[in-house]
Write a protein that binds this ligand. Structure first.
Ligand code: GDP
Ligand code: MG
Length: 258
């Protein structure tokens, strides 16, 4: 099935860890991928893998620019009338990270955020949460904390990566931008999120931001997979098994306790 997919677009190939936006509010400031991740990927034989898709949810006040942010990255367009398609929950964006196919499922809301009636299925099982605010609206930054709290109710804080993204950078004056960035960096430190400022209109920072999201979620997924498979040492190569192969393994009989 995987072989029937077209190859990943050349501009979606990630060979190096993309750098953070500012070291003052970064999830980490390491220059390269974790050595365990690099060696696992170099050693891996192709096969179905557990870490090849990550669910990413995008939340924030209505009109902060969530849909434009996604469509700038996925379709490379800025259409102020673009609406999330009702009935389609997410955009799938394919990458190749360290030679391994990897996809981001980017979940956008279809206007429900106006009424704060987001279904729990939207939030559930996210590997990354992108909280969006408008750099020209102080209120939207204040509300970011509440959006995060709502999203976290359905997720495990120890396994989810947080990003705080200020949009519409093109609209802000340098003074306004400086003030908003200070506040956003303060909030990022508090909630342990990585901060980015972007513009969907000009495209500034959008690709770099999503490459960072893809790379950090990929890295976290591979590390979790290594942890599960018990390969803790550097240089270990995980043998990635087909889930059907796992199912057919003879299971050890549990000893009766009494
Ligand atoms: P959503 O409700 O959060 O999905 O917001 P939208 O993506 O629909 O955007 C709301 C409005 O903000 C639209 O009129 C967009 O044209 C505008 N907008 C979004 N991103 C930007 C941006 O980066 N710069 C500017 N100038 N306007 C933007
Ligand atoms: Mg929208």
């Amino acid at each position: 099935m995987r072989n029937m997919l077209p190859p990943v677009k050349k501009d979606r190939i990630i060979a190096q860890l993309p750098q953070c936006f500012t070291p003052n509010a970064a999830l980490h400031t390491k220059e390269s991928f974790h050595t365990q991740v690099t060696s696992a990927c170099h050693g891996q034989k192709t096969g179905p893998v557990g870490f090849n898709i990550a669910k990413v949810i995008v939340v924030g006040d209505v009109a902060v620019g969530k849909t434009c942010l996604i469509s700038r990255f996925c379709k490379d367009m800025f259409d102020k009338n673009y609406k999330a398609t009702i009935g389609v929950d997410f955009e799938m964006e394919r990458f190749e990270v360290l030679g391994v196919p990897f996809s981001l499922q980017l979940w956008d809301t279809a206007g429900q955020e106006r009424f704060k009636c987001i279904a729990s299925t939207y939030y559930r099982g996210a590997q990354a949460i992108i909280v969006v605010f408008d750099l020209s609206s102080v209120g939207s930054l204040i509300h970011a904390r509440q959006w995060l709290e709502d999203a976290m109710k359905e997720n495990d804080p120890s396994s989810v990566l947080l990003f705080l993204v200020g949009t519409k950078k093109d609209l802000s004056s340098p003074d306004q931008l400086e003030y908003m960035e200070q506040e956003a960096i303060r909030l990022s430190e508090e909630i342990k999120a990585e901060y980015w400022a972007v513009s969907a209109k000009s495209g500034d920072g959008v690709k770099d931001f999503f490459f960072r999201v893809a790379s950090l979620t990929f890295e976290a997924n591979v590390l979790a997979e290594l942890e599960r498979s018990g390969c803790r040492q550097i240089g270990d190569i995980i043998r990635i098994t087909d889930s059907t192969e796992e199912q057919h393994k003879p299971t050890k009989k549990k000893a009766n306790c009494c």
